[in-house]
Write a protein that binds this ligand. Structure first.
Ligand SMILES: CC(C)C[C@H](N)C(=O)O
Length: 431
């Protein structure tokens, strides 16, 4: 670069704020600023962690060839029929020199990639079913995966499953150069098609009034004033089970979208989807206790060992999403929102049967009303079914950026939950 060019860039950059600088980075990384980046731009500190992790996963050092990484992204997004992500990574796959034949579907790919299907499916929908046997199946045979490759694949899968939740949870539409992206839709026809798709949850969605922010503020205050309540382990488990059973009663009646051929060609066993952990029939599956296997104490170092630095990237991203706060809620300032944020995070883990032993699950019912729980459940477990109406009907007094904030927590808690099961399985295989 000529020195005048450099001066030019320095001048531009010095005029940019934090978010704009990140957009510039994202543009240089991906040759575009996709809608995901734009929406995450509400939360620049988080966006920074997200972009650096994604950059490392897709373009940094690691055992998998670059085109494999994008193909795995497509397979992961296929589980939730997320055409948006699938299309982005089809383009990237080609740019990385991938064979266009593969884009006809997994049956055109090497057996090695096809073997990943089972783990992809279980991680996306019922991660508690993963066992060391699934890892063993990948690592043996002719076209086998090394453990380092398994680790990178697992992390890519979890990253893109969770990103499907974010894309749908925030209602991200196709990019302008994607199929369906550059079409004019009048607001009238949009409204009609969205009402037609009927996203009522258990038939109650529309009728139930929200508790509103003032009530939430009072409840949070009460919780913090009361402090930690002394409870027995048995009592805590009982509360956890109660919320778990209630969550299984929240069913979405929204129709599953009918997938188009472009998406379906990548998806095997399309019907396989989330079932409530509380209703699992595999009796061998006990509640997952964080005290026995946690990100900080177990999964983090295993990830770093098999795929250097990834644990650190993920750790930064999880911590950022878990602790991010502006001390605001709607129009209110100086609010300690910890209790609300914890209840969201822990509720997502509960949907996967993961229990935080020191958490009082009674708070979930105090702080998350039914519509919000239904929203969190849909976006976490079957994001492809979320409708515009469901999005509009929750957190009505929150700012738009706060709704995005909730979706960031959702993305991260979901990814961490999936990874806890997957890495535990890897660990069991190794010991
Ligand atoms: C999700 C939001 C209610 C979070 C809140 N704005 C905060 O700063 O903590």
């Amino acid at each position: 670069m000529h020195s005048e060019d450099l001066d030019f860039w320095i001048e531009i950059c010095s005029d940019l704020n934090e978010t704009q600088m990140l957009f510039l980075d994202a543009f240089l990384q991906n040759n575009r600023i996709d809608y995901i980046t734009q929406i995450m731009g509400f939360h620049p500190k988080y966006l920074e962690c997200f972009l650096s992790t994604q950059q490392y996963l897709l373009r940094g050092d690691g055992p998998l060839p670059f085109h494999y990484r994008h193909y795995i992204a497509i397979m992961a997004a296929g589980r939730h029929q997320c055409g948006y992500l699938m299309h982005l990574h089809e383009q990237e796959f080609i740019l990385q020199g991938g064979n266009p034949e593969w884009l006809k579907g997994p049956s055109f790919t090497p057996k090695k990639l096809r073997n990943l299907n089972e783990v992809n499916k279980l991680m996306a929908h019922r991660p508690w079913m993963l066992s060391k046997m699934h890892i063993e199946n990948l690592t043996k045979g002719k076209e086998n995966w090394s453990l380092a490759e398994v680790m990178q694949a697992i992390i890519l899968l979890s990253h893109f499953h969770a990103l499907c939740s974010f894309v749908n949870g925030c209602g991200i539409k196709p990019e302008i150069d994607h199929n369906g992206g550059h079409t004019f839709r009048s607001s009238v026809s949009e409204q009609n098609s969205e009402t037609d798709s009927d996203g009522s949850t258990n038939g109650e969605m529309n009728g139930e009034p929200e508790v509103g922010i003032n009530v939430l503020l009072e409840r949070m205050k009460k919780i913090s004033e009361e402090g930690e309540e002394e409870t027995t382990e048995e009592e805590r488990l009982k509360r956890f089970n109660k919320i778990e059973i209630q969550s299984a009663e929240i069913t979405t009646t929204a129709r599953r979208p009918s997938p188009v051929a472009e998406i379906l060609k990548y998806v095997e066993d399309e019907e396989f989807s989330y079932t409530d952990f509380a209703k699992r029939t595999e009796e061998t599956q006990p509640t997952f206790r964080i005290q026995d296997y946690s990100w900080e104490e177990h999964a983090f170092s295993l990830a770093n060992r098999l795929y250097p630095d990834i644990g650190t990237h993920l750790d930064d991203k999880f911590n950022m999403a878990y602790n991010l706060t502006y001390y605001t809620m709607g129009e209110n300032n100086d609010v300690d929102t910890t209790a609300f944020r914890r209840s969201i995070w822990n509720y997502i883990h509960l949907l996967y049967g993961i229990m935080h032993d020191d958490y009082n699950y009674g708070q979930v019912n105090q702080l998350l009303e039914r519509n919000l729980k239904a929203y969190v459940k849909t976006v976490t477990c079957y994001p492809e079914r979320l409708t515009r109406k469901e999005y509009d009907n929750v957190m009505r007094e929150f700012k738009h950026s706060e709704k995005v904030h909730v979706n960031l927590m959702l993305l991260e808690a979901r990814q961490q939950g999936e990874l806890l099961y997957a890495l535990r399985a890897v660990n069991q295989y190794m010991t």
